[in-house]
Write a protein that binds this ligand. Structure first.
Ligand SMILES: Cc1cc2nc3c(=O)[nH]c(=O)nc-3n(C[C@H](O)[C@H](O)[C@H](O)COP(=O)(O)O)c2cc1C
Length: 302
């Protein structure tokens, strides 16, 4: 009843661990799957290792998180041992990639396809770095070129474009990615940059001063973005942004999402959040007038 098909990939349920939320430690990812995630997305990875920003880099406040990790990752050059262990994971593995230019995106994608990632998510939307992130996602022509090149080297592995809500017209960017060959869209990445100031010392709290906003505060923006994208594209959408309870997942699905990413809610409800959200969706479905989850997708458009 809860199974979904995303491109050619079968998920036991529609919840997916979003990129960057937990470490790349495979034991942690195994726990995520044991706790009910239908798929896991790895931390965005580039060619070279990257330290990112130093602490404090995450701030949890009552409406969401603000983070300035800045694409901390080990680089594909140091990732072979993780892939060895990931082979045994009992759920699809989505590899998230980033690059400073089109050639770098293609090189990382080629590596991930060779490692048999279930899907490749192209992060063109990080608000926390100057040279690798959102600049791509704000420009539909650049997105087209990145996706086109990534598709060329990814073989049969489905390619997902992960978009920023800060594009002037996210639906237009999604349509352009579809035209370039993207097999799915992920929406949305964090919103930002935002800032918190510690008023006792009159200084910004995060080491980088600013960071990307996620969690409940961004859910209405996620819902609107998904709603707009659903009207423009035929490819499936992974809805991300503020999914904390089953009812949030249903809302994103009614806007047009086939599956939902869960990120900040891991901080609020623990690693068991995936099963909790699935149980809540099922409970809601039983009481609703919908006979299947499939019927819920895009229902707010009818
Ligand atoms: C600590 C942290 C690190 C993140 N790192 C990445 C990342 O490496 N790549 C990426 O595409 N998104 C990253 N994100 C964004 C999430 O994948 C997700 O799009 C965003 O948090 C919105 O979902 P949420 O409201 O469920 O948290 C990160 C978010 C957080 C909170």
């Amino acid at each position: 009843m809860m199974g979904v098909k995303l491109c050619n990939v079968r998920l036991g349920n529609p919840t997916i661990l979003s990129s960057g939320i937990l470490s790349m430690n495979v034991d942690v990812l195994k726990e995520v799957v044991k706790n009910g995630a239908g798929a896991v997305t790895l931390k965005s990875t580039g060619i070279e290792p990257r330290e990112g920003h130093h602490n404090p880099k995450v701030l949890v406040w009552e409406h969401g998180l603000v983070n300035c990790y800045g694409l901390t990752n080990q680089g594909i050059k140091n990732m072979d041992s993780e892939w060895e262990e990931l082979k045994n994971l009992q759920a699809p593995v989505i590899a998230s990639i980033f690059g400073a230019n089109i050639e770098e995106f293609a090189e990382v994608a080629k590596y991930m396809a060779k490692k048999n990632a279930s899907m490749i998510e192209v992060n063109v939307s990080c608000p926390n770095t100057k040279e690798h992130g959102m600049a791509f996602g704000l420009n539909k022509e650049l997105c087209y070129d990145v996706i086109k090149e990534v598709k060329k080297v990814s073989g049969d592995v489905p390619v997902i474009a992960k978009l920023t809500p800060q594009a002037l017209n996210i639906a237009e960017v999604a349509k352009t990615c579809e035209e370039a060959g993207a097999d799915a869209i992920s929406a949305i990445n964090t919103l930002g940059p935002g800032m918190f100031i510690n008023i006792d010392v009159a200084k910004p709290i995060l080491s980088n001063k600013t960071g990307g906003l996620s969690g409940p505060a961004i859910k209405p923006i996620a819902v609107r973005c998904i709603y707009d994208i659903y009207k423009e594209v035929k490819i499936p959408i992974i809805g991300i942004g503020g999914v904390t309870y089953g009812k949030d997942a249903v809302e994103l699905m009614m806007a047009g999402a086939t599956a939902v990413g869960i990120g900040s809610a891991v901080y609020y409800r623990g690693i068991g959040v995936f099963k909790k959200v699935c149980d809540e969706i099922e409970g809601w479905l039983e009481k609703s007038n919908f006979s299947s989850l499939k019927e819920v997708i895009g229902a707010a458009h009818e």
